[in-house]
Design a protein. Structure first.
Length: 416
């Protein structure tokens, strides 16, 4: 397989301009030429994200992500009908007026989406590119952590690798990670669709540096007929262009280096023989601060060094709270390109049906669940309570990737 990459911009924090070393643990699964990793040592906080906004600004300092914020609307003839939800005989039941329906959506999809919709947060997933060993590159809303739906969201975010997204991850036994409802699907690359998607992405007049898969401003509608409950509408990729004032970034980088040097200098004066090389401020600031706190007598004895040490640490903290604008990063929405690329959604669903059908379902049902929560809150609370102990037993066990890496040996082998 000939690998082609369209690279996104990095995470715009000052620390990311300095530290780029990846921290990987055991391999969890593979996807094409990518090795996927799940770092079990990371805390839940460092593997999950909870933020309320799905605006572009919320993703300003990230490579890419997925947000669902839409609230569904009823078809014209259903505007005055009461909508309620139930879980009976192991099936999701939607009641519209006097009619009840059992939608054809598996529990591994709707249950995490209901938990997601029940929270005040709209960001489902994001990829930051952060390689700090204390943070995951790939973060998920808790409802999508370590389940098949979270894995599908992860892959939908790999749009910048169009020669990979047709495939599906495999487990350690090289078996595709599929739910029973997807068992008949066999991944196959459609070269015509790949060419169409790839050429759209690299179009010279439409360069982008980041994107968000979102349903912001999408009209998601629900309707019924004699036997079916149906949802329509789908998310889209919202592309953005990033411009960086590298002169300002370089100045800030130099200021940052200077602060680290000052912190180390004053720490040595405070700790004297207690100072060790592993307490370098750039790589172990937490350990350095703890050591100084444990040696209060030395800090008190050298009030001059302690004063300037604290001042340097405060300045460092202030620098790492700079906004994108203060750093010199400007984002602009590529609305025309986003609109044009949105027309390729049916092709993306054909290119990888499990991924894009699942993501489409997640967007639609999150919007519908929000409608029920808004219009029938008592029923919604009962529904959430009823389903809190429901177990997903058909899907394979999944550890959602916290990071991934390109397997260059596999690329070389494929080119032979």
């Amino acid at each position: 397989m000939n690998s082609r990459f369209i690279l996104n911009s990095g995470k715009f924090t000052l620390l990311s301009f300095l530290f780029l070393s990846a921290q990987l643990t055991y391999g969890q699964s593979a996807l094409g030429i990518l090795d996927l990793y799940h770092d079990a040592s990371l805390s839940l906080k460092n593997k999950t994200i909870m933020e309320a906004s799905a605006d572009n600004d919320a993703f300003g300092s990230r490579l890419s992500g997925i947000s669902f914020e839409a609230v569904a609307v009823p078809a014209e003839n259903l505007k005055n009908e009461k909508i309620s939800l139930d879980y009976r005989n192991n099936r999701l039941v939607v009641t519209v007026g006097a009619k009840s329906f059992t939608p054809d959506i598996p529990v591994w999809q709707w249950l995490p989406v209901a938990q997601f919709a029940n929270s005040p947060y709209q960001i489902a997933y994001f990829y930051s590119g952060n390689t700090d060993k204390q943070e995951a590159q790939c973060k998920y809303h808790p409802a999508f952590l370590n389940n098949l739906l979270g894995l599908r969201l992860f892959q939908a975010d790999l749009l910048n690798k169009p020669d990979i997204i047709w495939d599906l991850p495999v487990d350690r036994l090289k078996k595709y990670l599929l739910d029973l409802s997807e068992r008949r699907y066999t991944p196959k690359m459609d070269t015509l669709i790949f060419k169409t998607v790839y050429e759209a992405l690299i179009s010279g007049k439409r360069k982008f540096s980041s994107y968000v898969l979102t349903d912001k401003d999408v009209v998601i509608t629900f309707e019924t007929n004699a036997s079916e409950f149906k949802l329509s509408g789908h998310p889209y990729y919202n592309f953005n262009k990033t411009e960086i004032d590298m002169d300002n970034v370089q100045k800030l980088r130099q200021d940052l280096e200077k602060l680290y040097n000052e912190i180390d200098e004053y720490a040595k004066l405070i700790l004297q023989e207690k100072y060790a090389s592993n307490l370098d401020a750039k790589t172990n600031l937490k350990g350095l601060l703890k050591t100084i706190d444990d040696n209060k007598a030395k800090a008190t004895a050298n009030s001059y060094a302690t004063y300037y040490f604290k001042k340097a640490v405060e300045n460092l903290d202030a620098m790492n709270k700079l906004t994108d604008k203060e750093i010199g990063v400007k984002f602009s929405a590529l609305d025309e390109f986003s609109s044009d690329f949105n027309r390729l959604w049916p092709l993306l669903k054909k290119y990888n049906s499990p991924v894009y059908t699942t993501v489409e379902n997640a967007s639609r049902w999150a919007a519908f669940f929000r409608y029920v929560m808004k219009t029938n809150p008592d029923n919604w609370r009962t529904f959430i309570e009823t389903t809190k102990d429901v177990e997903i037993i058909s899907s394979p066990l999944v550890k959602t990737p916290t990071s991934f890496d390109t397997n260059y040996l596999r690329i070389f082998s494929d080119k032979k």
